[in-house]
Design a protein around this ligand. Structure first.
Ligand SMILES: [Zn+2]
Length: 206
């Protein structure tokens, strides 16, 4: 492996372990990727690995054009690789994608699915600023159907998300995905989305 791939693998493992410790990647759930230098490939967490014990060796280089591993004999990439590669294809400045199951964001995604709505709107929350939008007074977060065949979700992402869309999405009955120019920013955006969902649920209860 080259030094840049080594560094990316370490960053993926550290971020995944931190999100696992928060309870956002239960079981073997959750997946994270980084676009590699050159822009044509990404490094993504392998399938079926606990994010609590993941190492820099549990990652796979995949081709952004077709979501397939670049090297023979590599570990199996995350089942949700096609969503990551779709997001990289949508925006050249997307360099990292985080997918997790934070409890409040996931509960919001469950409620959206139960209500049959395909967006959730957040208005006038200070934390929206963390998403880096030009107008932080409001954000409309798309909610995608949770197809068992993940490439169908990726197709919906390509159909519905514009290159300049807010860098966050929910998947009904499932979880959340965020992206950004760096892994830290993509993770920060996941924290902001979870905070928005938590705040609205706390307010709804009061
Ligand atoms: Zn998931």
């Amino acid at each position: 492996m080259t030094r840049s791939i080594d560094a990316a693998g370490i960053a993926l493992a550290e971020t995944a372990a931190a999100l696992y410790a928060r309870g956002w990647m239960e079981g073997t759930a959750g997946n994270i990727s980084i676009r590699l230098p050159g822009g044509e490939t990404a490094l993504i967490t392998a399938s079926g690995v606990s994010k609590g014990s993941i190492t820099a060796a549990d990652v796979v280089e995949v081709d952004i054009a077709n979501a397939r591993p670049v090297h023979d004999g590599a570990p199996r990439p995350s089942a949700e690789t096609t969503i990551h590669t779709a997001l990289y294809r949508l925006a050249d400045d997307s360099h990292a994608v985080v997918h997790a199951h934070p409890p409040y964001a996931t509960a919001t995604a469950i409620l959206a699915a139960q209500r049959g709505v395909d967006t959730v709107t957040f208005t006038d929350l200070e934390i929206i600023k963390g998403l880096g939008l030009s107008d932080p007074s409001k954000v409309v977060v798309p909610v995608f159907d949770n197809h068992a065949h993940v490439p169908l979700i990726a197709d919906d992402v390509l159909d519905r998300i514009a290159a300049d869309a807010p860098p966050v999405m929910l998947i009904g009955n499932h979880g959340a995905t965020t992206w950004g120019p760096t892994l830290d920013i993509a993770r920060n955006r996941m924290e902001c989305l979870e905070a928005m969902c938590q705040l609205m649920m706390l307010v709804a209860r009061s």
